[in-house]
Design a protein around this ligand. Structure first.
Ligand SMILES: NC(=O)c1ccc[n+]([C@@H]2O[C@H](COP(=O)([O-])OP(=O)(O)OC[C@H]3O[C@@H](n4cnc5c(N)ncnc54)[C@H](OP(=O)(O)O)[C@@H]3O)[C@@H](O)[C@H]2O)c1
Length: 335
């Protein structure tokens, strides 16, 4: 296998961990001796070993058998090895200490704590470094992570379920607008995001859990609640995860407070007040709309005050699917 094939293998296999590694990026590392793969490692779970460390630990089992010294081997990493000492040690220092002389990197880490510093550590220690092999693929794979560091803010997705006549809900009543299949689809969208944000009215009216219920392993999202009013913190919403509560209503200030955090993506699941406030502030990157055939009629509360609101806010339709009798549409900012 050549380095291109090995990098593609590392990118493909890293994908398996996208729900458990988040909010960290997924990363793969492969160690080779010429054409022979000695070991592979992946960042499998948030807070646990980075990919390079897992690959190196595996490779030690073959030292003296398949190779004599790490200087004979090449290390392929999808993302630049980290330079900082976070939850785990610095991977770049570990690679130097292990004795590698050649490292092939997919993309440079956009995190300002790393951003070239990992590469510098390697090069300063006489390691030959190649950079940029399939970097666009690595960036696409870690879309939220790259977006957050490039834009200094998390990626914001808004999800809404709408009746056929454009309604969000009936006042003070909990109604299921869309089908069970659409609601299961929402669980997968939650699984991708690092945080789920809602407003005080939704918490009080619906008593939602807003956790992610899927049949695969995930790192549960943080929850964010915006309310200036009292709330019952024994509700299910507060179970099994950390919740940030904001009493202020300045959305820019709230979202800005995540600039230096690990949160790279926020899913807004709220009613019309908060959704429209996010749209008016032009803070939404992606809007996902599920529309059912149900009619809520006169008792319903409208999502938007005007027709074509989504287009008027500057969104364009990216894709649309049918889920049972519902329609799922994804809109993105028309840059
Ligand atoms: N169909 C769907 O997809 C869907 C999804 C979620 C919810 N819902 C429905 O939506 C209903 C509630 O909708 P809603 O529009 O009344 O409330 P909402 O959007 O869920 O929450 C609004 C509340 O958020 C807080 N907030 C903080 N900053 C704000 C800002 N800048 N702008 C606006 N609100 C801000 C305020 O809480 P305080 O007043 O507490 O300070 C405000 O009352 C629920 O009954 C639920 O059934 C529907």
């Amino acid at each position: 296998m050549n380095y291109e094939e090995l990098m593609l293998r590392a990118i493909t296999k890293a994908e398996k961990y996208k729900y458990t590694a988040k909010p960290n990026p997924v990363v793969g590392a492969i160690i080779v001796n010429g054409n022979e793969i000695i070991s592979e490692g992946y960042h499998e779970k948030y807070g646990e070993n980075h990919a390079e460390v897992n690959a190196i630990e595996q490779a030690y089992k073959y030292k003296g058998k398949k190779f004599q010294s790490f200087s004979e081997l090449a290390l392929i990493c999808t993302l630049e090895p980290c330079s900082h000492v976070g939850k785990t040690g610095s991977c770049a220092q570990f690679i130097v200490k292990t004795g590698f002389k050649q490292v092939i990197i997919g993309a440079v880490d956009p995190n300002p704590k790393v951003a070239g510093r990992g590469i510098k550590i390697l090069e300063d220690n006489n390691i030959k470094v190649e950079i940029g092999l399939f970097d666009a693929l690595v960036e696409k794979q870690n879309k939220f992570f790259f977006y957050k560091h490039k834009n200094k803010k998390p990626y914001i997705t808004v999800k809404i379920a709408s009746s056929f006549d454009g309604m969000s809900h009936i006042n003070k009543e909990r109604v299921f607008i869309t089908s069970e299949s659409s609601r299961n689809d929402v669980q997968k969208i939650r699984a991708r995001h690092d945080a789920i944000l809602t407003g005080g009215n939704t918490l009080r009216n619906d008593d939602p859990k807003m956790d992610t219920r899927v049949d695969f392993a995930i790192n549960q999202a943080k929850k964010i609640l915006l309310t200036s009013k009292p709330y019952n913190n024994e509700l299910d919403f507060f179970n099994n995860t950390s919740v940030d509560v904001f009493k202020i209503n300045d959305l820019n200030e709230i979202i800005d407070s995540y600039k230096n955090s690990e949160i790279c993506s926020i899913l807004v699941e709220a009613g019309p007040k908060l959704v429209n406030a996010f749209l008016k502030e032009e803070m939404v990157d992606e809007l996902i709309v599920y529309t059912s055939k149900k009619i809520l009629g006169g008792k319903g509360v409208n999502w938007f005050d005007e027709d074509n609101a989504i287009e008027n806010y500057g969104f364009k339709l990216e894709s649309s699917y049918k889920i049972d009798t519902d329609l799922k549409e994804i809109f993105i900012k028309d840059e």
